[in-house]
Design a protein around this ligand. Sequence first.
Ligand code: SF4
Ligand SMILES: [Zn+2]
Ligand SMILES: [Zn+2]
Length: 317
Amino acid sequence: MNCTKCKTKAVIDLPRHNAAFCKGCFNVFVHDQTAKAIKSQKMFGKDDRILVAVSGGKDSLALWDILLKLGYKADALYVNLGIGAYSEESHRKVTKFAETTAAAHGATLHVHTVQEEAGAGIKELAQLIHRPACSTCGTIKRYQFNRVALEHKYDVMATGHNLDDEAARLLGNVLRWQEEYLDKQAPSLPASLEGFAKKVKPLYRLSERELAAYSVLNRIDYIVEECPMAKGARTILYKEVLNRLETESPGTKQAFYWGFLDKQSKPEAAPTTMAERDQASLHPCSVCQQPTTAEVCSYCKMMARAKTHSASSCPPV
Ligand code: SF4
Ligand SMILES: [Zn+2]
Ligand SMILES: [Zn+2]
């Protein structure tokens, strides 16, 4: 198998593009796809300061790597969730990348440790407030991402969601006709309030397999294990189903998600989107000033509940 571009030995085949690439041409392909996503969705420019959410996994570290190599000003935030060996290992991988590749580009890593602020890791915190671990985690990560972006004046927040993530999420939303979530699936979402950063997903044109290959070929040391809390998540099933379809018919995932984006971009598709309606009703939280539709934001409510529960579970003195 030879490279479609330069005819030397190929290291990866891409059936959905009817192509195969050597390492050099594959890197160009990955960088081009990301650049195309940034430009076509008007995500950010060379003067914008970007905050990348990194987890230690292949997608987010590859995103940080690609943005730095494309010449963008990209720092990162890592949230240590306090999930035993998984968090220790992912923290090590992120630190290693930050101290080598990112430091060589002059980029900074911000770290937030859930245990330090909440007094417990995600699992214990979720049990304490009787909420599923992943929804507790989502609230904390969104909150810390917004907080760091605001405090350090970043213009854009970027996440490593790839084509597989977005296609699986779309399938889940369509299967249950969760229309209220559909218009929040855009790869570029405006700031929720004046002064806050917008949210973008520059890897939506690249598949999980392509990003794993990019990370391996470029010696990015990432955590291979999934978060243990992800076990049994419906998204994993949706990804398996989409992978079956992709094997039988290459290009299915991109046709599904990109087709949805095409329809969504037509002005007649959504005269007033849910995101716009939400934006209109947002105001600063009375405790922490982050944007919320309620008087007090969900993070502050969660922390207050955690404090009440941990206080009431203390033995009497
Ligand atoms: S699987 Fe759940 S707990 Fe783990 S990182 Fe994802 S959202 Fe957080
Ligand atoms: Zn080549
Ligand atoms: Zn708040």
